[in-house]
Design a protein around this ligand. Structure first.
Ligand code: ZN
Length: 307
């Protein structure tokens, strides 16, 4: 049993305007940092429309498809832009998480990391925003529930921004436990502790400047016990690495070792409840060096667990 690394060259085809932080070079930074690891490399398929339709209405999917430009860019919001290759990349990103779920639940690999872009956790049911078009991790979670017949999936999001899209997509679905830790206040402005969905959402707002000790204490107190009680049959990670202290978009003060630590602890919970079944998908992370180091620390833990 190994760890799957799922990606696709189409994810390079999502080209953002010059100076945009969610840039093509991010994928090189991540994949370069994973070179030499013992991973089962898998190409991300395009998501099936049936998979997207478990998460977004057809009218929204049709709007995104129709918005795709032949050349140049079309903007769906102030910082969410489509190039000619964006549609294929967005379908690969969601499809990559679905493939990861199939591989892990099928017992073909122990766990999986989808190195895909565009990210997904800000995409709401009918709104592209914050660099995101489709709710990649929720597409994977619903596939696990509806296609594979699971009844409980936990999603943990340690990206520095609140996963408002994921929350919007799952807040009425008690089969999914969603935990998001994030700097607050910060974009997108949601993620207060009192936002609890149907009792299935845990938001951990962290003040600017929070370091390793504060981050770890919050997880020990509020995240791990909750996952333990929920007893997930699959654990999905929205792996954004922009809580790193070097990140230009936010002000938390984590180090790569903190991402290894939280991954270890989440894998422990997955070992206890679901045979170690973990699917992780790339979200943010905008300092290229910190992104590479953090993704490597995260995937190294997955790889060690898969041996
Ligand atoms: Zn982020």
């Amino acid at each position: 049993m190994t760890t799957a690394l799922i990606t696709h060259d189409d994810c390079y085809g999502h080209v953002t305007p010059p100076g945009h932080p969610e840039q093509v070079a991010r994928l090189d930074a991540v994949l370069g940092a994973l070179e030499g690891m013992d991973l089962t490399r898998v190409k991300a398929p395009l998501a099936a429309d049936d998979d997207l339709l478990r998460v977004h209405p057809k009218s929204y999917i049709d709007m995104v498809r129709a918005a795709a430009p032949d050349t140049g860019w079309r903007s769906l919001d102030g910082d969410t832009h489509m190039s000619a290759g964006t549609l294929a990349a967005a379908y690969r990103a969601a499809g990559g998480v679905v493939r990861a779920v199939d591989l892990v639940l099928g017992g073909e690999v122990h766990n999986a990391f989808a190195a895909v872009r565009p990210p997904g956790h800000h995409a709401e049911r009918e709104t592209a925003m914050g660099f995101c078009f489709f709710g990649n991790v929720v597409v994977g979670a619903r596939h696990a529930l509806d296609h594979h017949g699971l009844s409980r999936v936990a999603i943990v999001d340690f990206d520095v921004h609140h996963g408002n899209g994921t929350q919007d997509l799952v807040e009425d679905d008690p089969r999914i436990l969603f935990v998001s830790s994030h700097q607050w206040p910060l974009y997108p402005g949601t993620g207060a502790a009192h936002e609890t969905g149907c009792g299935n959402i845990v938001n951990l707002p962290l003040p600017e400047g929070t370091e390793s000790a504060g981050f770890r204490a919050a997880y020990e107190r509020q995240v791990f016990p909750r996952i333990d009680t929920f007893k997930p049959q699959l654990l999905i990670i929205s792996a954004g690495f922009d809580a790193h202290r070097a990140d230009p978009l936010a002000g938390l003060e984590l180090e790569a070792a903190d991402f290894a630590w939280v991954t270890e602890r989440l894998c422990d919970l997955a070992d206890k409840h679901c045979g170690g079944r973990v699917v992780s998908s790339l979200e943010g992370g905008y300092d290229l060096e910190a992104l590479g180091a953090s993704a490597a620390a995260h995937v190294r833990v997955l790889e060690e667990r898969g041996r």
